[in-house]
Design a protein around this ligand. Structure first.
Ligand code: CAA
Length: 295
């Protein structure tokens, strides 16, 4: 089984920075690549803040935090990733964008380098086919917030070799995560169940079934969910969920997977959830208050 000694991460948004953090915490020298210094600085800050939280809560000691920070390096150059044994991509959910990166990286990397995508909905096979290494292409789907959520879906596409799949399972366990095997079908296992639920919650709000806070409190207090569905939509990002739903709708053509008009209107209006400061809730206040959506 190939040894993973150096990890590359493409993109340092919410997911990429979390993935880089857990890789560095698990002892892997980790190189993070994004488009410009501003994005890299934002990713680095969020890693520092997350590590700080873990230290404050007594879940991590300061020397382990410092060692993790030392294992992290940052670059804007794609070519710097050439020496990595595993490259995990966590950029915007666009097949064109992802494949553009894979096509550029493929000739730069050695034949043994494994490519992995953190996509939530796109086909791993569609990305693998853009490279000359479909056997060394796998899905590694993490959950938000990456440092806290124990699950990783490991996705074996039609052409993924058993060795690559096994290496990805071992890698996920080395990060301290619990892997499950998932098929290369849009949404894998978790989003296949979660996304229709989130879209139904947005439809419930749109149709006036209940208020924002009652929908959330209902699912928290009635079903023991840590977050209500509208809070979770804000947390994942409304733009991201709309994009995932569109891809899943394209694959399965089920009406329940079509993003409801309210979500599209909110995205167009810039209400992307927690990351933009407003979504179903306004995060300028503490605690956040429901936004008047004109319904
Ligand atoms: N790094 C480190 N620590 C963090 C953190 C981070 N990024 N975010 C939160 N924490 C810590 C907090 O400091 C806090 O610590 P203590 O319990 O020791 O006080 C703890 O986590 C809980 O945080 P909060 O009190 O702020 O909030 P919470 O109790 O609501 O917990 C949560 C936060 C763990 C995120 C919890 O609400 C939860 O599990 N929510 C559901 C998340 C979920 O469903 N994620 C999956 C999204 S779907 C996805 O990711 C896949 C996709 O493709 C769309």
């Amino acid at each position: 089984m190939p040894d993973i000694s150096r990890v590359g991460v493409l993109g340092c948004g919410q997911m990429g920075s979390g993935i880089a953090q857990v890789a560095a915490m698990a002892g892997f020298p980790t190189l993070v690549r994004d488009l410009d210094a501003g994005l890299l600085a934002r990713g680095e800050r969020s890693i520092q803040q997350s590590l700080e939280k873990l230290v404050d809560k007594g879940k991590l000691d300061a020397s382990t935090r410092d060692a993790a920070l030392e294992r992290l390096t940052y670059t804007v150059e794609l070519a710097d990733l050439a020496g990595c044994d595993l490259i995990i991509e966590a950029v915007t959910e666009s097949l064109e964008l992802k494949n553009e990166l894979w096509r550029a990286l493929d000739p730069l990397c050695g034949p043994g380098t494994i490519f992995a995508s953190n996509t939530s909905s796109l086909s791993i096979g569609d990305m693998a086919a853009a490279t000359r290494r479909p056997e060394q292409f796998v899905g590694l789907h993490f959950f938000n917030p990456v440092p806290l959520m124990p699950l990783v879906e490991v996705v074996r596409a039609v052409a993924t070799s058993r060795e690559t799949f096994e290496t990805a399972l071992v890698f996920a366990r080395r990060l301290g995560k619990e892997p499950i095997a998932a098929p290369d079908r849009s949404g894998f296992v978790v989003n296949r169940l979660l996304v229709p639920y989130l879209l139904d919650a947005a439809r419930a709000r749109e149709s006036g079934l209940a208020s924002t806070s009652d929908i959330d409190r209902g699912m928290q207090l009635g079903c023991g969910h840590p977050m209500g569905p509208l809070t979770l939509l804000d947390f994942v990002g409304l733009d991201t969920v709309v994009r995932i739903a569109e891809v899943m709708f394209e694959e399965f053509r089920e009406p329940r997977l079509a993003p409801p008009p309210l979500l599209r209107r909110m995205v167009v209006a810039g209400l992307h959830g927690r990351k933009s400061g407003r979504g179903f809730y306004d995060y300028a206040t503490n605690p956040p208050t429901p936004v008047d959506l004109g319904l």
